[in-house]
Structure formats: C-alpha cells, structure tokens
Design a protein around this ligand. Structure first.
Ligand code: UD1
Ligand code: UDP
Length: 388
C-alpha cells in the first residue's frame, strides 16, 4: 500500500454538506491510506451546522464567514483569503470541492493559486445560460477549468465536460452522492419532532412541499410563485402547503409579505435534513427552484414542478418525473391543478425513476481517488443509470 495522502474537503453551504457527508464517511474508512481533513467556509451557518450535527462531522477548520445578506464580493474575498492560510499550512495532496456555490469556485481557485490539485464532485452540470442559475452556472464552469479530477454524476454530465475539452481519463461517472445521503437518512415510520408536521392529515390531505431561494428569482418571479400558492390553497381545501423558508432575508421578507396567516399554508424554518427528506416522502408533490430537490424527489417517486426557466438536471425531465414550469402565475396554477385533478397524469409523473444514483457514488469516488493516488490498479466501474 502507498503512503498516506492528505485530502482537504472544503464546503460551505447546506447542499454541499449533505452531498459531501457520505463521501467524508467513506474516506474515513481508510485511515491508513487517506488522511481526510474538513474545512468549512460557513458561507451558511445554521443551515450548515444542522447537517454537520446530523452526520457527526466535526470540521478541522471553520472560516465562519457568514454575514447577513452577504454579497458575492464579500463571500469571494473572505473565502479566498481564509483558505490561503489553511492550504498553505496543510499543503494537502488534493482539495475536494462540491458543486457550484461561490465557496466551490473560490476554494478551487485558492487551491490552484498554491498549485494544489483539485477534485470536483458533482461536475459537469450545465444549463448553457451564464445567468441561470446565477451565479452557479459560471461557478461550476470555472471550477471545471481548474479541476484535475471530475466526478460526474451522470453520463450527460460527462458528455458536457467532454464537449468542453476535458480529457476522458480525468472524468469518472459516479452517480450523485445526494442519493447516498438519501438512502442513509430515509426511515420507515418516521415521526416528526414538530407539532405542525405531526398534525397534518397525510392520508386525506395533499401536501405540496415548497422551497425557493434562487437569486435570479428574487423580486417579481418569487412573488408570482407565492401568489400562485395562495390561489391553489383557496381552490383546493384538501391541499396543505408546507413551505420550508430559506434563511435568506430576501426570501423571508417576500414570504412574510404574501403568505403569512393563510389557512393550510405552513411556513416553517429550514428543517434538518432527516425530517425534511421524510416529509418529502409523505408529500404529494414538490414545487421548488432548488437543485438538490430535483434529484431527491424523483428517487422518492414524487412529481416535481421546477420554478425556473432552465435546468441543469434534465435527466428526470426526460424520465417524466420533473417538469420545468418557470415562475409565471398562470402557468404554476395550471400545472399544479393538472397534477391535482388528473390522476393519470399524477401517476405517470410519480412512477419512481432515479436517474441520479444508486447509493454508491461515494464508494466510486473513493475508488477513483485510490486509482489517482496509485493505491489501486484499475479505476472503479462507472455508474450507469437504472442499472439493476
Ligand atoms: C447559496 C449558494 C447557492 C446554493 C444555496 C443553497 C452562492 C452564491 N449561492 O445561496 O448556490 O444553491 O446556497 O441553499 O454560493 N443565511 C442565514 N443562515 C444560513 C444561511 C443563509 O442567515 O444558515 C442568510 C444570510 O443572511 C446570508 C443569506 O442567507 O447572507 C444568503 O446566503 P448565501 O450563501 O449568500 O446565498 P444562498 O441564497 O443561501
Ligand atoms: N433541505 C433540508 N431542509 C430544508 C430544505 C432542504 O435539509 O428545509 C435539503 C434538501 O433535502 C437538499 C438540500 O437541502 O438535499 C437542497 O438545498 P438547497 O435547496 O438550499 O440548495 P440547492 O440544492 O438548490 O443548491
């Protein structure tokens, strides 16, 4: 066996933490080969800490950069200068980053400035529109420009990277670690530690689970989403909306203005991942502009209506469980009504297909890292969607 290699995993927001947690657990199984350190930028604070607690991850470094309503400039500068010190001190053999947040791109940049190799988990997602999602599309493209290893969740993500001139031997198709996290967390007969959620009549009522946070939807688009929600609960007495309201004050203010004190609209603080996933599992449909929810809900057989004009995750759209509907009031009302009124349509959309993973993405990434470090002869077998 080769010498022990040091990997510094860097992340900062809730979704990065959820999707990196299973990989950190997997790497920790090989202390002889891998010394895995964790640095959090804490671009998110409470929403990050919820995930760290759930998965029992104690970061070795915490930049604690979050400020209320922080700008992209502030995040970028504070992450870059904070990581300079940590990377300089630790000199890891590889930095591992995830996805497309500003933490992701700036961490890759900091590693590059010190000529530290970078592995990019959830590489290759693209919409082709540099402003949608903003700034994520550019964050992930710039990260790909820096990365030495690209862990593509799907064949489509691999093809996107190949089109950008990344060589095939640097890409590993692994499945998405979000499905690893989901399988680790889903419980039978889950009971919520929350009276609002425990009091919902899941048998006779239809729960619409809602989240919104995309920067390009701030202002008019978000408001038209919220007006549509109000119309839907007015029209359907059996509908209960559970809206997990992101901590961003821009979102919270708009939600408070348009959705406070409405019957059957439950506004809740961000849930911990475990109750959130178990709530999704009991919902009728999901209405969201989130990236991660577009991957999780199809795995649970829940139809998703995406409140965006484009998606970087078309696999579930092609499979028929996700529809990209934009943020126009009339369109949202009609698409939700279609799913509430037409059981055949609902049935078609809720047939569980899971194009994003089989729960073994972390193992494959770990195997690819062993190969990269020369600990294993062959790279792992790649993920193929729906392979039984
Ligand atoms: C960030 C990412 C986005 C990702 C999303 C996941 C960027 C630019 N955006 O967006 O790609 O999809 O996270 O949720 O990287 N806040 C808190 N507590 C928290 C978290 C946030 O109070 O735990 C508030 C703060 O006021 C903060 C604001 O939310 O300034 C916005 O956070 P920020 O990370 O800038 O953007 P997000 O919209 O969360
Ligand atoms: N999530 C959560 N609690 C919530 C809402 C979402 O744990 O109240 C999880 C969700 O299961 C998914 C991730 O957070 O794994 C998605 O994060 P978000 O929508 O903030 O970011 P995105 O995926 O759009 O980057």
């Amino acid at each position: 066996m080769g010498q022990n290699k040091k990997i510094l995993v860097v992340f900062g927001t809730r979704p990065e933490a959820i999707k990196m947690a299973p990989l950190i657990k997997e790497l920790a199984r090989y202390p002889e080969e891998i010394n895995c350190l964790v640095a959090v930028t804490a671009q998110h604070r409470e929403m990050l800490d919820q995930v760290l607690d759930l998965f029992g991850i104690r970061p070795d470094f915490d930049l604690n950069i979050m400020k209320s309503e922080q700008s992209l400039f502030e995040i970028t500068c504070r992450v870059l200068s904070g990581l300079q010190e940590i990377f300089n001190e630790e000199r890891p053999d590889l930095a591992l980053v995830h996805g497309d947040t500003t933490t992701t791109f700036v961490s890759a940049l900091a590693a590059y400035y010190l000529q530290i190799p970078v592995g990019h988990v959830e590489a290759g997602l693209r919409t082709g529109d540099k402003y949608a999602p903003f700034p994520e599309e550019i964050n992930r493209r710039l990260t790909a420009g820096i990365a030495d290893l690209h862990f593509a969740p799907t064949g489509l993500a691999r093809d996107n990277l190949l089109k950008e001139g990344i060589s095939r031997e640097k890409i590993f198709v692994t499945g998405n670690t979000v499905i690893d996290a989901l399988f680790l967390t889903l419980k039978d007969n889950y009971s919520f530690n929350n009276s609002v959620l425990n009091n919902i009549d899941y048998k006779n009522h239809k729960v619409i689970l809602v989240t919104t946070h995309r920067r390009e939807n701030f202002g008019g688009p978000m408001k038209s989403v919220y007006r549509a929600l109000k119309t839907i609960v007015d029209l359907y007495p059996e509908v209960e909306v559970v809206f997990s309201v992101h901590r961003n004050p821009v979102v919270r203010n708009a939600v408070a203005e348009l959705l406070s004190n409405l019957n059957r609209v439950h506004l809740i603080d961000p849930l911990e991942y475990e109750p959130f996933i178990n709530l999704m599992n009991r919902s009728y449909l999901v209405l969201t502009d989130s990236g991660g929810l577009q991957e999780e809900a199809p795995a649970l057989g829940k139809p998703v209506l995406v409140l965006r004009d484009v998606t970087e995750r078309p696999e579930a759209v092609w499979a028929g469980t996700v529809r990209v509907i934009g943020t126009q009031y009339e369109k949202i009302v009609s698409e939700v009504r279609f799913l509430l009124d037409d059981q055949q349509h609902y049935q078609r959309m809720s047939e569980a297909v899971n194009p994003y993973g089989d729960g073994m993405a972390s193992q494959r990434i770990c195997g690819a890292l062993f190969h990269y470090f020369g600990f294993a002869g062959n790279p792992p077998e790649e993920y193929v969607a729906n392979k039984k």
